[in-house]
Write a protein that binds this ligand. Structure first.
Ligand code: PHE
Length: 445
């Protein structure tokens, strides 16, 4: 197996691409609505604890594995131990699962941009009507996938890095603008309180608490793109002199900052106009348009907001597609372009079923979940935590902390101050936490 020859062209470009992967629908769509349905500030506290105990050590491990091996997710894990390719395989399966629902939401976002600009039919009921249509959502899903595919065919530094380096800074500047506007609305303080002042009385017993904990864990994995080989793949394009610890901290800090800014941009506006934050996955598609329609200048702000969501979604979807494309390119003789086209087509087929399962053909279901919900549940609540668990075991026991630290410290040239903490979290705390939360919430043990 040849190590891949592609590389990021600069540290800034890598950080933008990796943070671009992390920052996506997870921050702008999922984080505000899950906070809304999971008790506000209590969720936020659990989320931040998991960022430290799970997010940082797993992200650092993935980058280290990728840079050490310099190959796609499966072969990188295999290079550490020939029996461990399966740890990277979670990434390929997971990326497919995430993409199948991600592209549907990406399609909704494009439709909402058009609606915002033409100022048409943005009442709260519009979402149910639109998402249950059979044909039209498929077109916008295809457009979203085409954009993703076009960037990935441009390659690592020419496509992914270049696009992320432009889009991410734009996103940050405009989102901060919307946040400032939202915080100055009348009664915005209620939303701020909901977001940062914990109300423990809102938790209905132990099982409700477990639900919040499970949601927070899934959200950490989803938001940081963990347990799926994305950061192994992106790490494989890193030059040997990159400081992995500081890159990890920068990526986590940027991702968390954007989630918090999205929370401060959305929740105060929702409260200010007298809506409930508990809408669920329709929060930015049902509640927000209603909020925008009551704001002065709402059409303009709505257009900017949905464009930002699209930019964020694209910098993430390219990383999802890249995980699969990087693997297909080494396993077959296909060129990057053909690999990207074929994988995109397969994702589109899965995405069509996911989209139809939401309304037009509700029979496409697994258990009591629509196929759309199943894809998203299976990837961020099952595949990603399991992938993360195995990454911890691979790094902590199979590869070993001394070897991993050797890679992280660039062969001893950098000081790895967090080494002790890293060892303890990767070997004990993170795997134990994932196993316990997983068992309690899935099997009720
Ligand atoms: N982190 C991305 C988001 O927040 C989603 C994602 C998950 C991307 C897994 C890559 C891998 O939207």
């Amino acid at each position: 197996m040849k190590p891949s020859k592609e590389q990021w062209s600069s540290r800034f470009g890598f950080i933008m691409a990796a943070a671009g992967s992390a920052i996506g629908l997870g921050n702008l769509w999922k984080f505000p609505y899950i906070t809304g349905t999971s008790g506000g500030a209590v969720f936020l506290i659990v989320y931040i604890i998991f960022l430290i105990l799970l997010g940082i050590p797993i992200l650092l491990s993935e980058l280290a594995i990728g840079r050490f091996a310099g190959m796609n997710a499966i072969d990188s894990c295999r290079k550490i131990n020939s029996k461990w390719g399966f740890a990277g395989a979670f990434g390929i399966i997971g990326a497919f699962g995430v993409m199948a629902s991600y592209c549907v939401v990406g399609g909704w976002v494009i439709r909402y941009i058009i609606n915002s600009v033409t100022d048409s039919r943005m009442s709260a009921d519009y979402f149910a009507e639109y998402s249950s249509k059979s044909f039209e959502p498929l077109i916008w899903t295809a457009v979203f996938l085409l954009l993703t595919c076009a960037i990935v065919t441009g390659g690592v530094s020419g496509g992914i890095e270049r696009v992320s380096s432009v889009l991410l800074p734009i996103l940050i500047v405009f989102l901060v603008g919307i946040m400032i506007y939202s915080l100055t609305l009348p009664n915005a303080i209620e939303g701020v309180k909901f977001f940062i002042v914990p109300d423990f009385s809102a938790i209905n017993g132990f099982s409700d608490f477990i639900r919040i904990v499970f949601n927070a864990m899934g959200q950490v994995f989803f938001s940081l793109s963990l347990g799926m080989g994305t950061l192994i793949t992106y790490g494989s394009y890193l030059p040997k002199d990159n400081d992995l610890t500081s890159s990890t901290i920068t990526i986590v800090a940027l991702d968390t900052a954007i989630a918090l800014i999205a929370g401060f941009a959305i929740l105060p506006a929702v409260f200010s106009f007298g809506f409930e934050p508990t809408e669920g996955f329709g929060l930015i598609f049902k509640t927000l348009p209603a909020v925008f329609s009551r704001m002065s200048g709402g059409t303009f702000i709505s257009s900017i907001f949905f464009v930002l969501v699209l930019l964020a979604a694209l910098t993430s979807s390219i990383s999802l597609l890249e995980v699969i494309v990087a693997w297909v390119c080494t396993k077959t003789k296909l060129t990057r372009t053909w690999a990207a086209i074929i994988v995109t087509l397969l994702i589109f087929i899965a995405g069509c079923f996911a989209s139809l399962s939401i309304g037009a053909i509700p029979d496409i279901a697994i258990g009591n979940m629509s196929l759309f919900e199943f894809f998203s549940f299976f990837s961020d609540k099952v595949i990603m935590p399991l992938g993360g668990f195995f990454i911890c075991i691979l790094t902590g026991y199979v590869w070993g902390i001394p070897q991993a630290s050797h890679e992280i410290s660039n062969g001893g040239r950098l000081k790895f101050r967090m080494r002790k903490l890293f060892g303890v979290t990767v070997r004990y705390i993170a795997p134990a936490l994932i196993a316990v939360i997983f068992a309690v919430s899935l099997f009720g043990i």
